[in-house]
Design a protein around this ligand. Structure first.
Ligand code: ADP
Ligand code: MG
Length: 385
């Protein structure tokens, strides 16, 4: 895959379009703990990373837009008065433009070029980086002064309506609100976060199984529907339960016979993961990385056996990680069905351990795993030229 940095994107813009461009950056994200629970009223622990997408934006003819993906070497063009759904990556762009218009904002005609250094479909939320990058650029370009939170909501809505992935708010929130060296402990009901300093003694290492997931192929949305079904069964018996955060293991066990076994397992995972994320935040704040890492391994077990969004490649990688004392925790990250594992490794051993895990992977699957060392970085912003 072609990767680009900010200066490449500006050059790419000036090679194609006339006039002056402004440059913006929006990051991908990691998530240490709390998977698939942003849309289940839980708590999650994401951070923006220093990899992401750069967007160059400048003026075009009135009412027209043209966006070029340097990664795909493809354009999407259109007219604000007749936006409609397209296919693949274009829907992420069209969905964001559509949301601005839907909310009553009038947009100036624009050209944009984007690209970056995020692998797509690897669980690092290239989709949110794409949406947020374009949205911050459009917000500034049109002097709209939308708040960061409103931009995150707008982008989430764009993903729901055009690519039709019913994602929670975590990815867009992290891409907008990330901060250098900070993990966000995000309350997904109140959409407020607390910042926790990430310890320098440990490194965050992503190992990409290179099994591509595609979140709009149904598995993700199906989990969402199953979770809703489970919650409504719990609520029939316990009307005081407003959301999964209110539900207990005990309540779930008492309605076990009223739901399909698969729905029971989904609910069990959600209730346990909400609890793990709460405990995890406490451990991270108090510097107990060993206890935090155990929560990560337990999260993977739940994602594998109860929520069933893992695959043999991800299970293999987590199992290999668990053989090293230097790895404090590991689990699949993101929507699942492929993509990356996230590993918390003692910093001085991180590179060598990751190499050994990826070597075992190559030996076993005859396929390369990619290793990315990542660190918490700043959220979407303008880059002064
Ligand atoms: P993730 O967000 O974890 O990377 P998703 O399946 O949510 O995975 O989003 C990936 C999709 O985002 C890709 O299939 C593609 O449509 C779009 N996308 C990501 N990066 C780019 C890019 N550089 N150019 C065009 N589209 C992209
Ligand atoms: Mg995504």
């Amino acid at each position: 895959m072609k990767t680009h940095k900010g200066q490449d994107i500006l050059k790419c813009y000036y090679d194609r379009f006339p006039g002056k461009a402004q440059l913006y950056f929006a990051p991908g994200r990691i998530n240490l703990l709390g998977e698939h629970i942003d849309y289940n009223a839980g708590y999650v622990m994401p951070a923006a990373i220093t990899q992401g997408f750069w967007f160059a934006i400048g003026e075009a003819e009135e009412n027209e837009f043209s966006v070029y993906s340097a990664t795909m070497d493809e354009y999407v063009h259109g007219d604000f008065s007749s936006i409609s759904k397209s296919k693949g990556w274009k829907n992420y762009i069209l969905g964001v433009i559509h949301q601005f218009i839907e909310k009553g904002h009038s947009l100036k005609g624009f050209h944009a070029v984007f690209g970056g250094d995020l692998p797509l479909g690897a669980g690092l939320s290239s989709s949110a980086a794409l949406e947020c990058g374009l949205a911050v650029a459009l917000n500034d370009f049109n002097s709209l002064q939308l708040s960061k939170k409103n931009i995150a909501f707008l982008c989430q809505k764009a993903e729901h309506t055009y690519p039709e992935v019913k994602c929670g708010i975590m990815d867009q929130y992290a891409s907008m609100f990330g901060e250098k060296n900070k993990i966000l402990f995000l309350d997904c009901i109140h959409i407020e976060s607390e910042k926790i300093e990430f310890p320098t003694t440990h490194s965050i290492v992503l190992i990409n199984s290179n099994v591509k997931h595609n979140l709009n192929d149904g598995g993700y949305n199906k989990r969402r529907m199953q979770a809703e079904e489970g919650l409504s069964i719990i609520q029939k018996k316990f009307p005081q339960v407003l959301n999964f955060r209110d539900a207990s293991d005990d309540q779930l066990n008492r309605v076990k016979n009223e739901m399909h076994h698969e729905i029971f397992q989904r609910c069990k995972y959600i209730i346990e993961e909400i609890d793990r994320a709460k405990k995890g935040a406490h451990y991270l704040k108090s510097g107990d990385i060993t206890a935090f890492g155990k929560c990560m391994y337990a999260s993977h077990e739940g994602l594998k056996n109860l929520y069933e969004v893992s695959c043999p490649e991800l299970d293999f990688l987590v199992n290999e990680s668990s053989k090293f004392m230097e790895v404090k925790g590991a689990r699949l990250m993101g929507g699942g069905f492929g993509g990356c594992t996230i590993n918390l490794i003692e910093s001085q051993h991180a590179a060598i351990v990751a190499e050994r895990i990826s070597n075992s992977y190559l030996e076993h699957f005859k396929m390369n795993a990619s290793v990315y060392m990542v660190s918490p970085g700043d959220g979407a912003h303008h880059i002064k030229g």
